[in-house]
Write a new protein. Sequence first.
Length: 333
Amino acid sequence: MLLNHLEISCRNLTKAKQIFASNFSLSLVNEHKDSCILKSNNINLYLKKSPSEVSRVTNIAFTCPNLTILKKNLANKLKTKTSEVKENCRYHPGVPFVDVASPFPALSHRVYEHSSETHGEVSMSRDIDHVLICCDKRTAKLHAQWYAEFLNVDPYPLAGSPSGSMKVAVNGSGMEMFVNCSKGSDLPIFAFSEPITNSSTGCNQIERFLKANHGGGVQHIALKSSDIFQTVHNLRENGVRVIQQPHSYYELEDKLLQFNDLGIDPVLAYENSVIVDQDQDGYLLQVFTESLLEKDGMFLEIIERRGSRGFGQGNVKALFSALQKKMESSAVS
């Protein structure tokens, strides 16, 4: 399968349209009273008005070569029900598709059959690196397994863990993450995180996201960049706010060595909120925006990979710590 588009249900469609068009330079290519389509390079977003009190990704759509085979495989592997084949989609009129229920009540998947209509819109992974989905406690591994079967991909081992998971903890509050990675196709990476807390630490940011969004769903989407500093400059010029890391992060010995290996001035990295990590395959650089549409809601990540195929355990911890601090100060917008 290949990624076709993301559909976002918006509490305030006008605000969402302005943010994605003005702040992220997506082009408005089609507009209706209650929905619109925005595109940029290989990014396809379909925004629709929703009476819900929260904006969220409600559909991640794909294309596949044969819907009949897909339906059979889903019925056999996952015991998942799909809709009958339809052709009345507003986005791709006349193109056969089926709807697939996901493990998350507010998130579904529309799968189109490959056609000339969808052929030019199946390369979103050229611009989307990964999608991270927040899950309830003790469910992330099960959801990762469901998506591995649905997308026909494999688990990706993180941080050398035999279970393939990554755990981070900050002052007794933390998260565990599982990842699916398709080595033989053009799908983005799908990651699944769940909260780890004890009774004395209270609510962490993943639990707060789950509460604000009434359950599990897409917390952030990571966009690829070939020059993360230029990307951050452009975003800030357009009014996008990014999450600032503490200055102490840029004084850590291992981070100084990593920035030095890449020929990057740590001061410049601090000024642009760029964080770095390294694995056996190389380096990655990351920046995270603040919540886009509502407090504790979806945000975007900008990622530049210089060889690395992982997520950077140190960066995951740094992000978790920064978001936790921002949550505790009630500064997330």
